[in-house]
Design a protein around this ligand. Structure first.
Ligand code: ADP
Length: 319
């Protein structure tokens, strides 16, 4: 393999740039050419592809977002879209592709690999929900952004002795809510993976008040319900008055933490090594602190599970 491409796809996450930089520099180090594909799979379909030199990925390791831009591209899910993309890859002589993105993007990489174009997946999403890895690039930065917000909200919650509901991202995955809740000392955490008990929540809030707690923080993952819906439920079923805060897209931005930069660098370099084996179809990840590559299909069979021991611990510690 002498020439490969790299793209970022789906929801962006801080640290993707570190991964792009690592792919380009590791590729050049290994004596191959690396081409950037702009705006995810859409860029493959439109032929937005250009060669990247080592200097082209300078000064991006510290930036959030993705210098290659990202997009959702429904056309790529179709056979015709994939054929257009492959034609452009062949035109540019690209023999393999590194795809940095979430599980949707991985499916695109699998589709290409099945059609004879080796592609590997690097997990980039703040949701931490990709099978075959304990951590995804961007999760740590998003988590720290949420913690910073919780700490600030806690200040005002204490001053006014209020209960706050903070809505965080996570449609199907509760990792961000769970880790943020534990690290932020939340009284209650609602995640999509665990049915919640409103009476129990009210009970815990009341007990907290009785023991003199000045404030309460409830973290809700957007996939469970909105902060407003939860506030309505609480005011209907109890005399708890709440304030809400929806963190929204600030969770996706910002300069990546050291951890996400290191993960991005490790994963990007490993992706190039995996591609150079020639077959493609690997999912890069970190399991038990070791960088690994799994067969993507096998990784998907593993199914990503939220760590319920963290959930249980947070309940024990927030009495
Ligand atoms: P993420 O990668 O963050 O999960 P999406 O699920 O939106 O984001 O997927 C990103 C892109 O990956 C989609 O817009 C589409 O181009 C491609 N993709 C998703 N699912 C498939 C699929 N089953 N086959 C081929 N490509 C897919």
């Amino acid at each position: 393999m002498k020439r490969i491409g790299v793209l970022t796809s789906g929801g962006d996450s801080p640290g993707m740039n570190a991964a792009v930089r690592a792919v380009v520099r590791k590729g050049i180090f290994e004596g191959i050419e690396v081409f950037g594909v702009y705006s995810g799979y859409q860029g493959l379909i439109d032929g937005k592809i250009s060669k990247l030199e080592a200097g082209d990925v300078g000064d991006i390791i510290q930036r959030g977002g993705t210098a290659l831009y990202s997009a959702r591209c429904p056309e790529f899910i179709t056979d015709a879209g994939q054929e257009k993309a492959i034609a452009h890859m062949k035109e540019h002589g690209l023999e393999g592709l590194v795809v940095i993105g979430g599980d949707g993007s991985y499916r695109g990489a699998m589709a290409l690999t099945k059609k004879g174009i080796p592609a590997v997946g690097v997990p980039g999403t703040i949701d931490n929900d990709i099978p075959g890895t304990d951590y995804t690039i961007g999760f740590d930065t998003a988590l720290n952004t949420v913690i910073e917000a919780i700490d600030k909200i806690r200040d005002t919650a204490t001053s006014h002795e209020r209960t706050f509901i903070i809505e965080v991202m996570g449609r199907d995955a509760g990792d961000l809510a769970l880790w943020a809740g534990l690290a932020g000392g939340a009284e209650t955490i609602l995640i999509p993976e665990q049915a919640f008990d409103l009476d129990d929540m009210i009970d815990r809030l009341e007990k907290g008040k009785k023991r003199g707690k000045k404030h309460s923080i409830i973290i809700v993952a957007e996939g469970v319900m909105s902060a407003q819906e939860l506030a309505n439920l609480l005011s209907e079923k109890s005399d708890t008055e709440t304030r809400i805060s929806v963190l929204g897209h600030i969770q996706r931005g910002g300069s990546p933490t050291a951890r996400d930069r290191v993960l991005g660098s490790l994963f990007g370099a490993r992706a190039v090594e995996a591609l150079l084996k020639g077959e493609g179809g690997q999912a890069i990840g970190m399991v038990n602190n070791k960088v690994v590559d799994y067969d993507m299909e096998e990784a998907f069979k593993l199914k990503r599970k939220v760590d319920m021991s963290l959930y249980n611990l947070s309940k024990e510690l927030s009495i």
